[in-house]
Structures are given as C-alpha cells and as structure tokens.
Write a protein that binds this ligand. Structure first.
Ligand code: NAP
Length: 254
C-alpha cells in the first residue's frame, strides 16, 4: 500500500491536453493540489476547470516564464513537492531539410524547457524535504528511431543525460529525479501524425493498443511516491511492449 500523496503540491508542465493533462488528472484524483501550465491560456483555463486545478500560462523555453510558474505554485500552495516536466513538441523534419528554427524550437522546448523548469523549482523542491521530479522523455531517441525525428530523438536522449547528472546534484537535497519513456500514447499531438501512422503503430505494439495519458500518469505517480524515494536517475519505459519485438516476424508469431 502506497503512502497517500493527498495534499502534496504538484506542477505539471504542458498539461492543457495530452499526456500532461493525463498526469494532472491522476494527481488530482489522488488528492494532490495541482498547477498545470502551457502557452495557450484558453486551453489551460478549460482543462483546469475540467480537472479542478490551478493553471499558469508560460513558455518553458523561457527561463523567466519558468521562474514565474514556480513562484505562482509557491504562492498558491506554499511550496512544490513534485514537478512533472512534461511539456514537449515533436514536429517532423527530415535531416536533409532541417533548419536552425526546426532544431532550435525542439531543443528549446524539450531540453532547455526541462532544465529551466527544474532549476526554477529547485528552491521549493529542496524546502519540501521530499522533492520529486518526473521528466517525460520518450522511447524515440533513447531506444528507437523514426525518420523525421532525429532532432526530437536527440532532445529526448538529452533529457536522460540531464536526469543522470541532475540526480547526483539533487540527491543531497533529498530530491529524486527520474524519467518516464512513453511509447505511442493516444494524445491530440500524436493524432496530428494521421490515421495511417496510428494504425501502423498499433500493429507494432504487442499489447495492440496505444497507451493512454493515464498510463503515463500512473508511472509518474509511482516516481512521486514516498516508496520510490530511493530511486533516482532512472528511466521507466511505458510502451505496451513496443520496443521488444526483434522483427516483424516476431510480432506475427505472438
Ligand atoms: P500534446 O498533445 O501536443 O500536448 C503538449 C502540451 O504541451 C500542450 O499542453 C501544449 O500546450 C504544451 N506545450 C507545448 N510546448 C510548450 C512550451 N514551449 N511551453 C509550455 N507548454 C508547452 O503532446 P503529448 O503527446 O501529450 O506529449 C507530451 C510529452 O510527452 C512531450 O514531452 C512528448 O515528447 C512526450 N511524448 C509523447 C508521446 C506520445 O505518443 N504522445 C510519446 C513519447 C513522448 P500549448 O501548445 O498551449 O503550449
């Protein structure tokens, strides 16, 4: 039986929809006080009303915005116990055509956004005495590849490099930092890849379904628990077995 996280203060970035919203829902259902963030205020206000939580507008690629978001959480809740650094983008760009803007925007949101958000929350997480950071990485980059996402894969692998050294710097402060590596999760963002992509992915997953945002939320809740307090610098793949088949034939023979 896990210790309740009822009343804990939680910030989830990129949570007006998709995985972040799913994470926020799992934490609000568990009785936590949650602040969600994103760039579009209208989408955030709607999601916050649905979830019964607070929201703050900001772009995680901006260090200043991250500081404002962290300050707002402290103002509302008196502190921050858990940061779920989830905001991320995955526009497609083939290497041959990639522009500085393509690369800069993906790295800015996915890598800079993770680093600045963790840094901004550090004082409050330290004061918590049981601070937890959960980063949403991906199987794409750390484990798998997909044409059009070399910059995205690099950003998601970079997050894991960050997590490992940050874990060492944060351990003396009683803070753990871990990463969840989702496979293909049914979100608004993923739907933009089209029906053919979704069908192909579903066929490649041993569990024969895409994951749900709640699947990632439950993994984040585990890392946020008191019972996971001795786990840091690690990553957990949540993908319905997608990375397991050695070949298409292996899938056919299931
Ligand atoms: P999504 O449906 O597109 O939602 C992305 C969320 O992040 C939105 O709330 C968006 O709101 C916010 N966001 C985007 N850029 C931001 C920025 N610069 N600053 C603040 N908020 C920002 O995406 P998703 O599929 O849920 O993906 C969420 C995370 O999971 C990403 O890190 C992604 O790499 C990772 N992931 C997803 C999958 C998947 O299959 N879906 C698989 C592996 C990993 P605004 O646009 O209003 O800012």
């Amino acid at each position: 039986m896990f210790t309740s996280i009822n009343g804990r203060s939680v910030v989830v970035t990129g949570a007006s929809k998709g995985i972040g919203k799913g994470i926020a829902r799992v934490f609000t259902d568990a009785g936590a006080r949650v602040l969600i963030t994103g760039r579009s205020e209208a989408a955030l206000a709607e999601a916050a009303a649905e979830l019964g939580c607070e929201y703050a507008v900001g772009d995680v690629a901006s260090r200043e915005d991250c500081l404002v978001i962290a300050a707002r959480a402290v103002e509302l809740f008196g502190g921050i116990d858990v940061l779920c650094a989830n905001a991320g983008i995955f526009p497609s760009a083939r290497l041959a055509d990639m522009t500085p803007d393509d690369l800069g925007s993906v790295m800015g949101t996915n890598v800079d956004g993770t680093v600045w958000m963790v840094q901004a929350c550090l004082p409050a997480l330290t004061a918590s005495g049981r601070g937890r950071v959960v980063v949403t990485s991906s199987i794409t980059g750390p484990i798998t590849g997909y044409p059009g996402w070399s910059h995205y894969g690099a950003s998601k692998a970079a997050q894991l490099g960050f997590v490992r050294t940050a874990a060492m710097e944060l351990a003396p402060k009683g803070i753990t930092i871990n990463a969840v590596l989702p496979g293909n999760i049914a979100t608004e963002g993923l739907a933009e890849n089209g029906e053919e992509y979704i069908a192909g992915m579903t066929a490649a997953i041993p569990m024969r379904r895409l994951g749900s945002p709640a699947d990632i939320g439950h993994a984040a809740l585990f890392f946020a628990s008191d019972e996971a307090g001795y786990i840091t610098g690690q990553s957990l793949v949540v993908d319905g077995g997608q990375v397991l088949p050695e070949s298409g034939q292996a899938l056919d023979e299931m």
